[in-house]
Write a protein that binds this ligand. Structure first.
Ligand code: HEM
Ligand code: NAG
Ligand code: NAG
Length: 449
């Protein structure tokens, strides 16, 4: 193929024109950016970019490493795709908090588009995203303070988890699935006013598919699909994910239909009800083209399950692991709990009296670092950061690993140390660099939960 090109005279001259254009383009971008240079970065190869300089299997760590060479704002090419990377607390804060608007669009990569088709909350933008995010936040808040509070839902579900664990009579067992089911049931209760039996095969396969999707989304082949979308049909992981997305939507839609049939506008049982009631109100007042349509309902619910289940379950599992690995910390928590709560049910209001436990929970989230690159953003306009020019629409990755392990922010970033969140008197202290939920406009929506 390549030989053919060089043997044909028209192709040779075409090739010449192509090279000339490429040079012009390079010269142009060098000169036009002289006033405000683009961020530095490793020199990219044609076609492959910097793919040979990054480790896609541990991308966060590898970008964190590159930031030590190129500074806290740098750019890398994933194949043909340019990405600006932000590292360290100071820089991430400067972008996501001080210039929240400019850095506040979601990057909808090809696999995310397969998932959302632009609807819902997690992988959408613009007015529709704004309305759906506002709706979900205010509805979840209502459940926090209204009738059946989220706290009650969580306490009830914990009861089922404890029962599940007690079956083993103190023997060791694999807790992965039970914890995922618990987390998923809490979301399910909020979305559908329904919990599932842990043994329910439909429920098991829903949870399993979401988990598989999250796992595959981080695989090298899906990353490559995101940089070079036309490879999609050739990639097995992408086909698996597409099928899971479609199956997942069918499962959720069945639940929505059930709720539609039994809807009573006077009684709001769950988030789906709240959405349907709002939709009906808008229709009754003849408001057309509202964002409250079936696709936004379906994709918002699917997004909340994906965003809320595995994150919570994984965090809980790390928590248990650290308690096992550091028994003196476990003992100390147990001792405080016995003193403050005794044999009562522990509740959120006890938190203020349990600063050590609170610190361990925070340190668990810092150290476990379960969303090491958050989710990708794009810039909403041309912007300057630390003197570097970043064009509107550029993909931006924030390396949360470099914030949660920032050596300028944490006394002992590489060890599990609850004192990071305690003052000299043992009182709980907040830390600015505690950003496991990211920050700014696209901040995680489930924090209070
Ligand atoms: C320990 C648990 C969790 C962690 C560590 C976590 C972390 C994150 C992170 C890092 C992001 C990306 C933010 C960004 O792009 O800058 C995010 C987004 C999001 N999370 Fe969470 N999350 C957790 C639990 C939850 C739960 C329980 C829910 C749902 C009830 C949820 C719903 C969402 C949604 C909807 C978004 C997208 C927000 C938007 O694009 O506007 N998360 N989360
Ligand atoms: C990052 O750098 C450290 C120390 O030089 C090295 O041990 C590690 O393998 C690197 N990680 C990646 C993913 O490049
Ligand atoms: C526990 O179960 C999960 C899910 O079934 C599995 O992926 C994992 O490898 C198991 N862990 C151990 C230590 O057996």
């Amino acid at each position: 193929m390549l030989e053919d090109i060089f043997q044909s005279p028209t192709s040779v001259s075409l090739f010449g024109v192509f090279v000339a254009l490429l040079l012009l383009h390079l010269l142009h971008s060098t000169f036009s950016s002289q006033k405000r240079p683009e961020p530095p970065g490793p020199r990219p190869l044609p076609v492959f970019g910097n793919l040979f300089q990054v480790d896609l299997k541990r991308l966060d760590q590898s970008l964190f490493n590159l930031s030590k060479t190129y500074g806290p704002v740098f750019q890398v090419y994933f194949g043909p795709k340019k990405v600006v990377v932000l590292a360290g607390y100071r820089t991430v804060k400067e972008a996501l908090l001080n210039q929240a608007d400019e850095f506040g669009n979601r990057e909808i990569t090809p696999i995310f588009y397969d998932f959302s088709e632009g609807h819902g909350i997690v992988f959408s933008n613009g007015d529709s995203w704004k309305e759906m995010r506002r709706f979900a936040l205010s509805t979840l808040k209502d459940f926090g303070m209204g009738r059946k509070m989220s706290e009650e839902i969580i306490i009830e579900e914990c009861g089922y988890l404890i029962k599940e664990m007690e079956q083993y009579g103190g023997e060791s067992f694999n807790n992965t699935q039970a914890i995922s089911y618990t987390a998923s049931n809490v979301i399910s209760a909020l979305m559908f006013a329904k919990r599932f039996e842990y043994k329910d095969p439909v429920f098991q396969s829903m949870v399993e598919k979401d988990k598989q999707n999250i796992h595959l989304a981080g695989s090298a082949s899906i990353m490559i699909y995101n940089f070079i979308p036309w490879l999609g049909p050739l990639l097995k992981n992408r086909r698996t994910m597409l099928k899971n997305f479609i199956d997942g939507r069918a499962d959720i839609w069945r639940k929505i239909e059930e709720l539609k049939e039994t809807l009573d506008p006077e009684v709001c049982r769950c988030l789906v009800d709240a959405f349907l009631i709002r939709k009906k109100q808008l229709e009754d007042s003849k408001i057309k083209n509202s964002h409250y349509h079936d696709n936004n309902l379906l994709y918002s619910i699917q997004g909340l399950f994906v965003a809320g289940t595995d994150t919570t379950a994984t965090t809980l599992k790390w928590g248990l692991l650290y308690l096992t690995k550091f028994p003196h910390i476990q003992d100390r928590i147990q001792e405080k709990l016995s003193r403050v709560v005794g044999s009562c049910q522990v509740r959120i209001e006890d938190r203020k009296n349990l600063p050590y436990t609170d610190a361990v929970i925070h340190e668990t989230q810092r150290f476990a670092n379960i969303g090491p690159l958050a989710l990708p953003h794009t810039t909403t306009k041309d912007v300057t950061l630390q003197g570097y020019f970043i064009k509107k629409g550029t993909t931006v990755l924030t390396v949360l690993t470099s914030v949660l392990y920032d050596e300028n922010e944490w006394e002992s970033p590489h060890s599990f140390n609850p004192s990071h969140f305690l003052d000299d008197e043992g009182k709980f202290i907040r830390r600015d660099a505690f950003m496991p939920f990211s920050a700014g406009t696209l901040l995680d929506l489930g924090i209070s939960l």
